[in-house]
Design a protein around this ligand. Structure first.
Ligand code: ADP
Ligand code: MG
Length: 647
């Protein structure tokens, strides 16, 4: 008896994805089986854990396994597991929609991807899990019963916009997915998914390491041994159950026993990825804390890397048994993009998240893993520069979070970082390379922070550095505003913002030569400076003559220990109020606007027009660094007025 049957529509983006898959030209159609087995394996892990946690759960966990059944005549392929199963709601949520965090981005990319080649690329990047079945099937049936529940759910779809869902009274616990294979693949020997050799090959290739047995009924042919039968006689065909996978954990094998392809397939399983990893890091530790680990650095950043719920990519196993995913005790947040497994030998199977927090062994493992990942990146930098660049483009901004949170490894992190700089438009530089290029007598590493390279290159702060040929790092990630506040030096060279504190780029000789001129300027401008300081006291703390300006009339400088405006904005955006820190206005004594203002102030100190000029001077200094005057309308009014008198 079935009850409560209904037909529903897929969400728009799921429909679009399905359309793409039904007519897929994706070269790697075979991957659908990996996805089904991967899901079944996850479901078995979940059931085992749930049974441990909930002693009242009435389930049999004595023979957890995956079963594959092919029917040549009906042209169906079924993958069955006796794992956790799904409730009706879960089926609607998980299978009926694209319940992935990257939905929005995927949707947009699908819209853009008009050609087949682009779609193929997309499939490779995003991973499509369960939906990949529609590459090979024109109808998919899913029958599932959640552990501990009596009613099961049947879900059927031909991948064309709708699916039906109904409750079913009677079904074994777990999930079975039956594919009605596309007729066009029947004739194609390479894609006949009912052929025993094909299934065997795919399981071996993609899923050999799966920790649960993957079973199939296989035909065994034995010659009917009849005495005196010269030509061997008839073959006898019997069916027997065979486990197709070795179930051997890859991380337990030594490196030279595992092929790159095996590593890649394992990565795809645990990372739910469709592309190959960039770097594979096998690890083994013997001694007090025995563990094995197999870590991967992906080739692409996930789209949720910077969202609050971005997960840690490392799973904990104890003695080959999956314990938990998203294991944040094993990896620092700034390495959340690293995927992999850690298998500890001397830990309880009942270990909980809370217990991990206080576990000395876990802390030690985490420290080792962190060091290993960082040293691997360092090697990459010198040995595989192309891959290092890919890594840096994808994960640089996350790695830089470590400069703030992981003081133990700050120095190593500084060495693996690279930054855009005024030295080259294309190639980022490491700090080591920067230091090698430092000019004679240069004591500091100069950097500028801001929104974009363009804006920084044009900012008044950079003028004198450019004029004198000093290299400046151009830091444009939001995190740069923060770490530059907590890293004070590299290799004994202090880091100095071009927009903070005092800078003096003159050599000793130049200083001597300019000393007299400076003193004279100082005296000459003294009145103007104190008048400006008073006039603009709402906006600034001080006014002084600048040694960093060569072209612009003025710029704004953050005091050495003050918050830059960008940093203050970030704090405010995250709900932490910070005191408004007023900045220092620096004037270029050689600029015509400044000299004219100076002259005017000397001759007509009471002219109210001069106050407007001061406001305009301050406003343009803000504009020049890409900021907006506090009262844009007022600024625009003043400016329009002034222009009206000069056209
Ligand atoms: P992913 O595995 O990356 O989450 P899938 O599209 O492969 O994405 O699967 C979507 C979800 O459907 C899974 O996360 C899981 O919750 C559920 N699911 C799929 N297959 C099974 C299964 N055999 N048993 C239980 N749940 C499953
Ligand atoms: Mg999956």
């Amino acid at each position: 008896m079935t009850v409560h049957a209904e037909q529903r529509e897929f969400q728009a983006e799921a429909r679009q994805l399905l359309g793409l898959l039904v007519h897929s030209v994706y070269a790697n159609k075979d991957a659908f089986l990996r996805e089904l087995i991967s899901n079944a394996s996850d479901a078995l892990d979940k059931l085992r854990l749930e049974a441990l946690r909930d002693k009242d759960l009435d389930v049999d966990t004595s023979d957890l396994h995956i079963e594959i059944e092919a029917d040549k005549k009906a042209r169906t392929l079924t993958v069955r597991d006796n794992g956790i199963g799904m409730t009706r709601e879960e089926v609607v949520d998980l299978i009926g929609t694209l319940a992935k965090s990257g939905t929005a981005e995927l949707r947009q990319k699908l819209r853009e991807a008009k050609q087949a080649a682009a779609s193929e690329e997309l499939i490779g990047q995003f991973g499509i899990g369960f939906y990949s079945t529609f590459m090979v099937a024109d109808k998919v049936e899913l029958l599932t019963r959640k552990a501990g529940e009596s009613v099961a759910t049947r879900w059927v779809s031909s991948g064309e916009g709708t699916y039906t869902i109904e409750s079913v009274d009677d079904a074994p616990q777990g999930t079975s997915v039956t594919l009605h294979l596309k007729p066009e693949d029947a004739e194609d020997e390479l894609h006949d998914y009912t052929a025993e050799w094909k299934i065997r090959q795919l399981v071996k290739k993609y899923s050999d390491f799966i920790a649960w047995p993957i079973r199939m009924q296989v035909e065994r042919r034995t010659p009917a041994a009849k005495e005196g039968d010269e030509d061997g006689g008839d073959e006898q065909v019997t069916l027997e159950t065979e486990t197709l996978n070795s179930m051997k954990a890859l991380w337990a094998k030594s490196k030279d026993e595992v092929s790159d392809e095996e590593y890649n397939e394992f990565y795809k399983h645990i990372a739910h990825a469709w592309d190959d990893p960039l770097v594979v890091i096998p690890m083994k530790a013997e001694g007090t804390f025995e563990y094995q680990a197999l870590l991967f650095i992906p080739s692409h950043a996930p789209f949720d890397l910077f969202t609050r719920d971005a997960k840690i990519g490392v799973q904990l196993y104890v003695k080959r048994v999956f314990i938990m995913g998203d294991c944040d005790q094993l990896m620092p947040r700034y390495l959340r993009f690293v995927k992999g497994v850690v298998d500890a030998q001397d830990m309880s199977l009942n270990v909980s998240r809370e217990m991990l927090q206080q576990d000395r062994q876990v802390t030690a493992i985490r420290r080792r893993l962190t060091k290993k990942v960082l040293s691997t990146i360092k090697e990459l930098q010198s040995e595989r520069p192309e891959d290092y660049r890919t890594l840096w483009t994808q994960f640089g901004p996350v790695l830089k979070e470590g400069l703030i949170s992981d003081l133990d490894n700050q120095d190593t992190l500084l060495r693996i970082c690279s930054f855009a700089s005024t030295h080259s438009d294309e190639q980022p530089t490491t700090l080591t390379e920067y230091v090698e290029r430092m000019k004679d007598g240069q004591q500091q590493i100069f950097y500028a922070t801001g929104q974009s390279r363009e804006q920084l290159l044009n900012s008044p702060h950079l003028e004198a550095f450019r004029a004198k040929g000093y290299e400046v790092l151009l830091l444009t990630d939001p995190v740069d505003e923060i770490w530059t506040g907590s890293v004070s030096e590299f290799d004994g060279k202090p880091l100095q913002s071009v927009a903070k504190g005092e800078v003096d780029l003159d050599s000793e000789e130049e200083k001597k030569a300019h000393e007299a001129e400076r003193q004279q300027q100082q005296q000459e401008f003294a009145d103007l400076l104190s008048w400006l300081k008073q006039t603009l006291s709402d906006h600034i703390t001080d006014v002084r003559l600048s040694s960093r300006l060569t072209e612009s009339p003025a710029c704004l400088i953050t005091p050495t220990f003050g918050f830059t405006p960008a940093l203050a904005r970030m704090y405010r955006a995250s709900g932490q109020p910070v005191p408004v820190s007023k900045r220092i206005l620096e004037l270029n004594p050689k600029h015509p606007l400044v000299t004219a203002l100076h002259q005017a102030h000397k001759t007509r100190p009471d002219d109210t027009g001069l106050v407007e000029t001061a406001e305009l001077l301050y406003g343009t200094a803000l504009l020049a660094e890409g900021d907006v005057p506090e009262d844009p309308a007022k600024f625009a009014g003043l400016l329009a007025d002034r222009l009206a008198r000069t056209v």
